[in-house]
Each structure stands twice: as C-alpha cells, then as structure tokens.
Ligand binder design. Structure first.
Ligand code: NAP
Length: 350
C-alpha cells in the first residue's frame, strides 16, 4: 500500500512567519545537501523525508549542486515527490539555488543571468516541478553587477519558475543593496539563508541579523548543528559513519581536543536543561524569535526526530545563555561565513 502521511502532522510543529511576508516556515526545516546523492540508498532518503513530513517539516531545501554527483539530490527528491509526496505539493515549500559550479565553462557558476535562469530550468527538470516556492542566489558574485543577478531572480518569478526569491551568504552590506534593487523591481524577496550556530556567529558580528530585522526579511540558518559538531556524536571520538570521516566538508581538524572539551561542556548544559545537545543547539538559534527556521541535515530518520523535539524547550535563562557563551565562544569556528567580496582560490564546496 502506498505510504500515507501522519494525520497529526500539523499538531506539534511550530510555524513561524517569514519576516513581513505572508509565508510561514516550520521552525525546523530539512536540507538535502548531504545524504541525498548517489552514495546513499534511495530507501533511506525516502525514510528521512517521510519522517520529517510526518513531524510537520513542510520545507525541503535543495540546490543545483547537491549530490554527489551534482544534481542527484534534486533527482532523488523529484522521485520522492512522485512516489511519496504525490498530491501533497501544496503542503510543501521546496527551494533550490544556483551560484556554485554546476557545469563546465564560463556559464556554469556565479551570478550571471545566463547561468541563473538556465540552472533554474535544469533544477525544475530534475525535480519534475513546475515551480520552486523559493529560488536563491547561492552566493554573491563580485564580478557580475548585482542588478543583473537580482534581475535574473526577478525574471525567474515573473516567468512563473518561482514564487519567492532569496539570497544566501550575502553579507549585511550586499543584502541591503540587493533589497533595494528587488524592492524597486517589485520582486517578492522574503528570505536570507546564512550559516549560524552557537559556534559560528558571523551574522551577529557582521550586523546581518540586525539588517534582516530592519528590512523585514525572514531567515533560515544553515548548519545550525555545525555539521554535527553540536551533537553528542563526537564526544567520545569520531564515529565511522559520521560526516567527519566521509570527506563531506566537515574538517576533522575542527574536532581538536580543545573544541571537543568545549562541546562536552555544552553537552553538560544541555543535559541540565533536559535536552540533547542537538536540541539545545537548535533552540539556541531560534531563541527570541529572530530566526524563522533552523535548516538541519540528517543521515538517519532518528536524527530528524531528535532535532524536531528541540521546539519543546525553546526558552533559556540568562545564566544558561552566559554559560553557553563561555564555552561556545572558545570553540568559535566560522565554518561558513559570508560569500567573499573578491574572487580568491575557490573554497571547497560540494
Ligand atoms: P547541520 O544540521 O548543522 O548538520 C547535519 C549533520 O549533523 C547530519 O548530517 C548529521 O551528521 C548530524 N546530525 C543531525 N542531527 C543529529 C542528531 N540529532 N544527533 C546527532 N547528529 C545529528 O546542517 P548541514 O547538513 O551542514 O546543513 C543543513 C542544510 O543547510 C543543507 O542540507 C543545505 O540544505 C543547507 N546548506 C546551505 C548552504 C548554503 O551555502 N546556502 C551551505 C551548507 C548547507 P552525520 O551525517 O555525520 O550523521
């Protein structure tokens, strides 16, 4: 018999308004960067997505290059849409992005109109969708006029390829510039996707978080678990099935003795709160309501279950926040800060 989603799927999840827009996102969203490529069993991908949806996770985040190979996560999700989420399109918020290298030659990455529109079309084809709910410029392109990149996003909406647009990893200054261009064009620009976690606070230091408040934009923060570092999984060493040993962009050097000591201290605070460390890390990014959604990744359905339960204990005392700061700031690692203002040697990005 075909899979049926849980009847009670909207009973426990919290839905937060995306800035001043009419759209709401679940407090916890699922990203398909890792564990949705050709290196993962398709059945496992289906189980992860079904578990998430059953728990009220309505938002699934993609990009052209997620895999490996690039594009395969979109293909796999397209398959899941057909086999499992069939008939549920209007209950889902599906996003994709373009910005990193997707194909060879001068038109296969960054922010030209040529690249963004072609890439959006390819992503629609791979997923089998008629439109994305949100389409992003994945990174700021220092060599393309911002008017061109934003104009392409505008065109993507006007041509029916997406309902809303967003930007990812743009710093505060570039976000303000993008906002002005898109406001003048009348484009529904509603969301920013930066990295943020207890041990990666660049959006506070750069002022981006204040800029988003001022502009009335929503935010979805990626790698809120610092790619798994802010969970209990590395406290007793590096497990074989973890991202740190699979060349999946988590630098094992970050798991040095000093950082792991600080993470152990954070784990003790979480235990005192009656949460897992993953749950406390997610509640922390969502504290005070400034962040719309925490965008997690998962390699197993049980991780999704653990993460979603973060919403059960959202509040922190002043003393808890101070204690977290003490250890988290010592382990401060800007895993993924704003896109570079100038093109340098390419950062490794899958
Ligand atoms: P993350 O949530 O910080 O890390 C996910 C990893 O943490 C999982 O793969 C798993 O590691 C571990 N994990 C998750 N829940 C756990 C739990 N309850 N207990 C123990 N371990 C747990 O997020 P991310 O995967 O780095 O990024 C999330 C999403 O953000 C991506 O899928 C993508 O959609 C988006 N993203 C966007 C950009 C951008 O440039 N815009 C960049 C990066 C990511 P193991 O796999 O080791 O089990």
């Amino acid at each position: 018999m075909a899979w049926q989603p849980a009847d009670n799927r909207y009973e426990t999840m919290k839905y937060n308004r995306l800035g001043k827009s009419g759209l709401k996102l679940p407090a916890i969203s699922l990203g398909l960067w890792h564990n949705f490529g050709g290196d993962t069993r398709h059945e496992l991908k289906r189980e992860i997505c079904r578990t998430a949806f059953d728990l009220g996770v309505t938002h699934f985040d993609l990009a052209n290059n997620y895999g490996p190979p690039p594009g395969s996560a979109e293909t796999a999700f397209g398959e899941i849409l057909r086999t499992d989420f069939h008939g549920l399109r209007d209950e889902l918020i599906i996003s994709s992005k373009a910005g990193y290298e997707m194909w060879k030659g001068p038109y296969g990455e960054w922010g030209s109109r040529k690249y963004l529109i072609a890439s959006c079309d390819q992503s629609l084809k791979r997923t089998g969708l008629d439109y994305f709910d949100i389409f992003y410029s994945h990174r700021f392109d220092p060599d393309t006029p911002l008017e061109e990149t934003m104009g392409a996003l505008d065109q993507i909406v006007r041509s029916g390829r997406a309902l809303y647009v967003g930007i990812s990893s743009y710093n505060s200054k570039r976000t303000k510039e993008a906002y002005k261009i898109l406001k003048d064009l009348g484009t529904p620009f509603v969301i920013h996707q930066p990295s943020y976690s207890m041990i990666n606070r660049w959006i506070e230091e750069d002022g981006l978080i204040d800029t988003l408040d001022d502009l009335g934009l929503g935010s979805i923060v990626f790698s809120p678990l610092a790619q798994g570092m802010l969970t209990a999984k590395y406290l007793g060493g590096i497990p074989e099935d973890s991202r740190a040993v699979q060349d999946k962009s988590l630098n094992p050097d970050f798991l040095n003795e000093k950082n792991v000591e600080n993470i152990r201290a954070l784990n003790r605070i979480a235990e005192k709160r009656g949460q897992t460390l993953a749950q406390m890390a997610l509640a922390w990014v969502l504290r005070g309501g400034r962040i719309t959604s925490a965008l997690i990744g998962a390699s197993k359905p049980s991780q999704v279950v653990d993460c979603v339960a973060a919403i059960e204990k959202p509040d922190f005392t002043k003393a808890e926040l101070e204690e977290i700061d003490k250890y988290a700031k010592e382990a401060d690692i800007n895993l993924w800060a704003a896109s570079a203002e100038r093109k340098g040697p390419a950062r490794k990005k899958k």
